[in-house]
Design a protein around this ligand. Structure first.
Ligand code: 3BD
Length: 327
């Protein structure tokens, strides 16, 4: 086969493998059996071995890097990753709503999002290419964990448009993966992780990307750092835009026209939490209009236009029998 034909075949394989990966890991609706995906992947690996000049860093074969790092570099976020103020009761939510409406001088709409209990990360794309992934760190300086984040299949290595942007999201470990991992750890006499958040953090802190790749991590993106550059006018439109680029967002989000609707949403999810395949520790409530977000601004640490409602910590009901058994 000559180079020109090989180039065309490589391009076709990239497109097919990226589409199938998107259907499986982002839409959760695969259109071909795994065997077909694996066959195409083997074809691409072979072509890249035959024509090394055709192996690019955004190739589907490059998700799991080879080299083991000896440490993580520090990286500065383009814009600070803010914290979130907390609400612990309905009254706290009504107080938040009153402050927001006073600051805005009008009624506002909100977007409610499940607060995924993982760890916040930042993903930088240049001309559509995933170039840098970092932990939140202290909000300004994080750690470069690009190699580990590339192993998360729902993170696109190349976007559907060649845009330059910084995206924020929560990386997490699904509960089923957490249980499987802890079972394996216990069988090896290793200390199990206390919860999926620690397991996700521990996995993203692996210096060998091949270990991170085995931990079946996932991500939901929840914001665009430089959202002003994109032309969207609301947070919900921003999330739709991220979906159109190929990102995975959490589909349980809901636009609420009033704090009453927000309170209903929060109450609804308080009981439904155990049915989710991942842990959540609350609900994040955000003013939808970007103009109003701008008007309300931020304190030194967190936005005035968002708040995190935290679920009461699950009281662990220890029956007398458990105590007897534990002594
Ligand atoms: C962009 C804003 C600030 C509004 C924002 N900030 C968030 N977080 C900040 C505090 N974070 C944090 N993490 C560690 C230490 C201190 N703060 C963890 C992320 C969000 C987290 C989630 C989620 N988990 O599902 C979400 N759907 N939306 C968020 N939105």
């Amino acid at each position: 086969m000559d180079l020109q034909l090989a180039e065309k075949k490589v391009k076709d394989l990239h497109n097919l493998l990226n589409q199938y990966n998107y259907e499986y890991h982002v839409l959760d609706q695969p259109s071909v059996p795994d065997a077909e995906y694996d066959r195409l992947m083997r074809d691409l690996i072979e072509l890249e071995e035959q024509f090394p000049e055709l192996k690019t860093e955004d190739s589907p074969t490059q998700r799991v890097g080879g080299e083991i790092l000896d440490m993580f570099e520090k990286v500065e976020h383009q814009s600070q990753m803010l914290s979130l103020g907390n609400a612990f009761s309905e009254q706290d939510l009504r107080d938040f709503d009153r402050r927001v409406r006073q600051g805005a001088g009008q009624n506002v709409s909100y977007v409610c999002e499940l607060k995924i209990d993982g760890l916040a990360v930042s993903l930088r794309y240049e001309d559509g290419l995933f170039v840098l992934g970092a932990t939140r760190g202290d909000g300004s300086i994080g750690e470069n964990i690009t190699a580990n984040l590339k192993t998360i299949r729902s993170i696109p290595l190349r976007l559907k448009e060649s845009v330059t942007m910084e995206v924020r999201g929560e990386a997490f470990m699904p509960r089923s993966s957490f249980e499987k991992l802890n079972k394996a750890k216990e069988e090896n006499g290793e200390e199990p992780f206390a919860n999926p958040r620690n397991a996700a953090a521990g996995s993203l802190r692996q210096l060998d990307p091949r270990l991170a790749a085995k931990r079946n991590l996932d991500i939901f993106v929840y914001g665009i750092a430089n959202v002003g550059d994109t032309g969207v006018v609301s947070h919900s439109e921003g999330l739709d835009y991220l979906e159109s680029l190929g990102f995975k967002t959490n589909k349980e989000r809901k636009r609420c026209e009033s704090i009453e609707e927000v309170i209903e949403y929060v109450q609804g999810w308080t009981d439904k939490r155990p049915n989710l395949p991942y842990d959540i520790d609350g609900i994040v409530i955000k003013v939808d209009s970007l103009e109003t977000q701008e008007q309300l601004g931020t304190t030194a640490k967190s936005p005035r236009w968002a708040i995190a409602y935290k679920f009461p910590a699950e009281e662990v009901v220890t029956t007398l029998r458990d105590i007897e058994l534990s002594v």
